[in-house]
Design a binder for this molecule. Structure first.
Ligand code: PGA
Length: 256
């Protein structure tokens, strides 16, 4: 069966008002309507999820959270549980984004978040990616270790169709000119599948959806999709610009 492409909009800590959030969401909603082979997941800050869930949006569009607690409920000041996220009618959770890892989230914490997200019936989007690269290829060992530790002891039934967003940290938040080259992305995509096959078996490796994130803009989206051989993107800053995001979505929908 052909896999649908998926484009995740990670708004991060933007925008400041609900009014603006509605505008950005509306742009994504209109663009999502015309897509045939692509799902769109919009991940706003927590405070906007509920009001946006009241907007009518197409079937191929979903709300997601940018993070979730490792705990189910209780005395965890400032945390939001997966159950709460589910009750806001969000379906996805970004887990292990590099900006959260930079705040101290270890692979072990990411693993717990994956487990609790799967248990609740939500779909996690696991983020991985190295801080820097060197000629010796230590980044490959780093990525392998991230995958191994994040997926350790997770039941295989959950891992079928797992969504992994590969986001090299050095390429995040820049312009398309500084994104990773599509050929390099292709090499990493093959590598991630190889590691998945080693750890979880070939079927799971083949079923995984691998996305690229890190300065995806309308200018580089097509090349990344075609040459990088990914099944979609995780888009940060460009997802806040409706026209730009629309172009990215249309590009994602072109290639199957
Ligand atoms: P960017 O962010 O598209 O602004 O590089 C991607 C991300 O961090 O998820």
């Amino acid at each position: 069966m052909k896999k649908r492409n998926i484009v995740v909009a990670n708004w991060k800590m933007n925008p400041e008002t609900l009014e603006e959030a509605k505008k950005v969401f509306n742009g994504a909603r209109l663009a999502a309507k015309g897509l045939k082979n692509t799902d769109v997941v919009v991940c706003p800050p927590f405070s906007f999820i509920f009001p946006l869930s009241k907007v009518i949006y197409p079937k191929n569009m979903f709300l997601g959270a940018q993070n979730a607690s490792t705990e189910i409920k209780g005395a965890f000041t400032g945390e939001i549980s997966v159950e709460m996220i589910k009750n806001l009618s969000a379906k996805f959770v970004i887990v292990g984004h590099s900006e959260r890892r930079a705040m101290g989230e270890s692979n072990e914490i990411v693993r717990k978040k994956l487990q609790i997200t799967f248990n609740t019936g939500l779909t996690p989007i696991l983020c991985i990616g190295e801080k820097e690269r060197d000629k010796e290829g230590t980044h490959l060992a780093f990525i392998k270790n991230q995958i191994k530790e994040c997926l350790a002891d997770l039941h295989k039934k959950y891992l079928v169709g797992i969504i992994i967003a590969y986001e090299p940290i050095w390429a995040i938040g820049k312009s398309y000119k500084e994104a990773m080259s599509p050929t390099d992305i292709h090499v990493i995509v093959l590598y991630i599948r190889k590691v998945l096959a080693e750890i979880c078996g070939r079927d799971i490796a083949n079923s995984a959806k691998i996305l690229y994130g890190g300065s995806v803009e309308s200018q580089n989206a097509l090349e990344i999709l075609e040459i990088g051989n990914v099944e979609g993107f995780l888009v940060g800053h460009a997802s806040l610009k409706p026209e730009e995001f629309k172009e990215i979505l249309q590009t994602a929908d072109v290639k199957k």
